[in-house]
Design a protein around this ligand. Structure first.
Ligand code: ZN
Length: 512
């Protein structure tokens, strides 16, 4: 591929150490010259993941022979989907010029270690907040992969001999060295001349990318890619309006092509109840002397749960209970959130900003595996927050193993549960669950609160779209299960009259 051969490997890395957070003025000089003289480019998009499903986000943008991958996530959920994680990349990773990463959830970034291990040599553009969180989630995902493979080999519950991790800790560490942080609202070139250093070629065409706060997770963004006169907006995951902690999704007023997530395209979240439901679940579990186990995505959702528990405690609506954060990653993420308060909800009060915004009265972060084991063995009433959020792996499995068979306990799910996960089985009323190779009966109460979702619901997606001053020439729907995609497509066509296309896996479309 053109892009892979124009810029020598070493040169890319010379460029990658440049801090683009303060490069706006330099770009202002170069990009206008470049784009002003640009002839119309041929553009295409190939959907390599999150098409017809909610995980595995991976979209290939091709511009005159240059290749840019937008997101590089893992498939999660149903086994048929997870098996896709083991397939070789449909294109040579060495032929990709750059990756643009919208946020640090694994279904958007979790395939980066494999991409780098398979030969990708370019930069991975992301916001500084995303870089921070990736430094937690990628090594953690590698560790879980390695641990699962070790457990499977030790206990013999694998058909593969030996079971191997999808990627290793070394792969994750290598992927992190490719991350190139770029502040919000600062367009920078995706390949070619950077305006700095050797290799700048003012005659070369380039595309620019600009990150816009999506309000979905610390560092989350839409990626606005400009190629000549044309704008393609990669929506990533869209956040919500009027929530604590994260800001509202930033308004965008135009794009020629829009990629839009559809996770909740057929649903509207429960009305925000000011914490009533969470208070009722905590009180109910405490009255039974039981334990409240909250499987949670280690980043994002934990902040919101802790925020609410702290608030309910302060308002004396729940007793002060020990709250265990049994996830070193969640504890570290809490500190990243605290250190980037300027990117969070402007309505967080000055008091909340300066006193610990994310801690309850008796909060304990569990770090060592031994502490985690002690906690699992203890029958003391408590609230335990542990990942993973869909109970597909992580320390929460041990808490479920110890607690799911007792009617005193409650398991509370606070996020989307993809088809095929243990979380989905439980919220769908499953009476037994397989954990570490054992089938266990479900006696604990299973509860679910949808209002803490970090994804916009159908009404919020429509609200965000209403900010567009002209319709995109095409809106591609991705990141949804079939019923959600169909419902959102119908709604956009009916209410806004826009042309809509539901992306299919491995489909390639030319962009207008
Ligand atoms: Zn996400």
């Amino acid at each position: 591929m053109v892009g892979a051969t124009i810029i020598p490997f070493g040169l890319r890395f010379q460029q990658s150490i440049v801090d683009f957070e303060d490069s706006k003025s330099r770009m202002g000089e170069t990009s206008d010259i470049l784009l002003g003289h640009q002839m119309s480019s041929s553009l295409s998009l190939t959907f390599l993941g999150a098409a017809g499903t909610v995980t595995g986000s991976k979209h290939l943008l091709e511009v005159d022979g240059h290749r840019v991958l937008i997101d590089c996530g893992l498939f999660q959920g149903l086994k048929a989907l997870r098996l896709r994680n083991w397939e070789p990349f449909p294109i040579d990773p060495a032929s990709i010029d750059a990756v643009i990463l919208t946020h640090a959830h694994l279904d958007h970034c979790g395939d980066l270690p494999r991409l780098v291990a398979a030969g990708f040599r370019g930069r991975i553009f992301c916001t500084p907040g995303t870089k921070d969180l990736c430094s937690l989630v990628l090594p953690d995902a590698a560790h879980i992969q390695e641990e699962d493979a070790r457990q499977a080999n030790r206990h013999g519950y694998t058909k593969h001999a030996p079971a191997l991790p999808l990627f290793t800790s070394a792969d994750a560490a290598r992927a992190l060295t490719h991350l190139q942080p770029v502040g919000y609202n600062r367009p920078i070139p995706v390949w070619g001349p950077t305006g700095v250093g050797p290799g700048s070629d003012p005659a070369a065409k380039t595309a620019t990318v600009e990150f816009i706060n999506a309000g979905h997770l610390l560092g989350s963004a839409y990626a606005r890619v400009r190629v000549g006169e044309r704008t393609i907006l990669f929506g990533g995951d869209l956040g919500r309006y009027g929530r604590p902690i994260l800001p509202d999704p930033s308004p965008v007023d135009a794009a020629d092509v829009l990629l839009l997530e559809s996770t909740y395209g057929d649903r509207v979240h429960e009305v925000d109840d000011n914490g009533d439901r969470l208070a009722a679940i905590v009180n109910d579990t405490a009255s039974r002397g039981g334990r409240l186990i909250i499987p949670s995505f280690a980043i994002g959702r934990v902040e919101e749960i802790v925020y609410w528990l702290k608030r309910l405690e302060e308002e004396k609506r729940i007793p002060v209970l020990p709250v265990f954060i049994d996830s070193p990653m969640a504890a570290a993420a809490l500190t990243f959130y605290s250190s980037r308060m300027n990117e969070l909800d402007p309505q967080l009060t000055p008091g909340q900003r300066h006193v610990c915004a994310f801690c309850t009265t008796r909060m304990v972060t569990v770090s060592s595996p031994q502490q985690s084991k002690d906690l699992t063995a203890s029958r003391q009433p408590a609230i335990v927050i542990s990942s993973s959020g869909m109970a597909t792996g992580g320390r929460v499995l041990h808490h479920l193993e110890a607690g799911i068979t007792s009617a005193k306990n409650t398991v509370l799910f606070v996020g989307y549960q993809a088809a095929g996960t243990r979380g989905r089985t439980l919220v769908d009323g499953g009476t037994e669950i397989k954990l570490h190779g054992r089938i266990l009966p479900v006696a604990a109460r299973i509860e679910r609160i949808d209002s803490m979702s970090a994804h916009a619901d159908a009404a919020e997606i429509m609200r965000w779209l209403s900010g567009f001053s002209r319709p995109p020439r095409m809106t591609h729907l991705v990141h949804g299960e079939p019923t959600a995609l169909a419902a959102l497509s119908t709604r956009i066509t009916k209410e806004r009259g826009w042309p809509v296309h539901i992306a299919a896996h491995h489909e390639r479309v030319d962009l207008p």
